[in-house]
Design a protein around this ligand. Structure first.
Ligand SMILES: Nc1ncnc2c1ncn2[C@@H]1O[C@H](COP(=O)(O)OP(=O)(O)OP(=O)(O)O)[C@@H](O)[C@H]1O
Ligand code: SF4
Ligand SMILES: [Mg+2]
Length: 317
């Protein structure tokens, strides 16, 4: 089978923040040298524990945050230096949905009116040849019954679906979903996931799904990258990562979902590392049950260990 062409590629991406605790300055390496490529039409998940840099990377890819160094290609075009606010096409092509919908300024609008407003802002027409884009989308998302409800009366789940609708109506090529299920109860989470899958079947769209909800990422993803301390430690297809993980951190992460990972639970010692402690070696060194002396001083590279499965660990070099 031929691989789909890349929609977005990032190279050597880094994002540092300077932390100044009364002149005891240190550098937080929130994203620490990440390269990856997302193919057209796939759902690519970024997973990893809280604080590992997922949202920061997502915001960089969405051109909402300027990286310290690195390069981004979108459909082969170098967009590293483009400013999102000044580029209407980019704003439309790459949409970013955050964990909580914020409709502060338009709470009095109805759902329908708000979607129409989004189209208007992007100089797009809702009605063409008797076909109403807004009604059509609301129908296909199962939201027709709240079309004329004001935003302020919606439930959290409805608000998140409307948030997704606002992004989707612009027909983006890439939809970045940053923790879209956060704060929703389980039945609403599955409603949002089903809607995302349904929308994807109707139109070729690429998702970047960012979450620490491992079950959700398993349900929706084609490819998965596991982040730890600002780096990618393993990357592969959803079945490789969930059913046959290779990296010790991925194995520990997956062992928390026994319904998928059929081996014993692995309990990690110690707390997640500080992003400000520089490390020349493996970022997982202090918590890894298999750490060797070399892991302390030599950073493992991300290598292809099985077809399509990339791992950064000295045990496999
Ligand atoms: N503007 C900033 N200044 C300083 N530190 C920041 C800034 N933005 C993020 N960080 C730090 O970077 C780290 C990674 O943040 P990020 O939000 O990307 O993590 P995350 O993986 O998305 O976590 P979560 O799963 O909790 O959403 C955190 O420790 C955060 O405090
Ligand atoms: S490189 Fe060493 S410390 Fe890092 S995951 Fe592999 S064995 Fe563990
Ligand atoms: Mg986050």
């Amino acid at each position: 089978m031929q691989a789909s062409p890349s929609l977005i590629e990032i190279y050597n991406m880094e994002k540092h923040y300077i932390k100044n605790k009364l002149y005891n300055t240190s550098v937080l390496r929130v994203v620490d040298g990440i390269s990856l490529s997302i193919s057209k039409g796939e759902t690519f998940s970024l997973i990893g524990e809280s604080g590992c840099g997922k949202s920061t990377l997502g915001r960089i890819i969405g051109k909402l945050l300027t990286p310290t160094t690195g390069k981004i290609l979108f459909e082969g075009r170098d967009i590293t230096k483009l400013v999102r606010k000044k580029d209407k096409k980019l704003q439309k092509d790459i949409q970013y949905v955050d964990k909580e919908a914020s409709f502060k300024w338009i709470k009095r609008y109805t759902v329908f009116k708000m979607l129409e407003k989004v189209l208007e802002t992007h100089e797009m027409r809702s009605n063409t040849n008797g076909h109403c884009l807004t009604s059509h989308l609301l129908n296909s998302m199962g939201l027709a019954h709240i079309a004329y409800h004001p935003i302020q009366g919606l439930t959290p789940g409805e608000r998140q679906l409307v948030n997704i609708a606002c992004a989707f109506i612009l027909q983006p090529k890439l939809l970045i979903l940053n923790d879209p299920l956060s704060g929703l109860d389980l039945s609403v989470q599955s409603q949002v996931l089903n809607t995302l899958s349904h929308l994807k079947k109707k139109r070729a769209i690429t998702y970047l799904f960012i979450s620490d909800n491992l079950n959700a990422s398993y349900c929706i993803s084609d490819q998965v990258a596991v982040m730890y301390k600002g780096r990618i430690v393993e990357k592969g297809t959803v079945s490789q990562i969930y059913e046959e993980p290779i990296h010790p951190y991925t194995q520990a992460l997956m062992s928390t979902i026994p319904s998928i990972y059929k081996r014993e639970r692995i309990v990690l010692k110690g707390a997640p590392p500080s992003l400000s402690s520089p490390s020349n070696g493996c970022p997982f060194y202090k918590r890894c049950p298999f750490a060797q002396e070399a892991c302390k001083s030599r950073q493992p590279l991300l290598r292809e260990i099985r077809s399509g499965q990339f791992v950064s660990c000295h045990l496999y070099t």
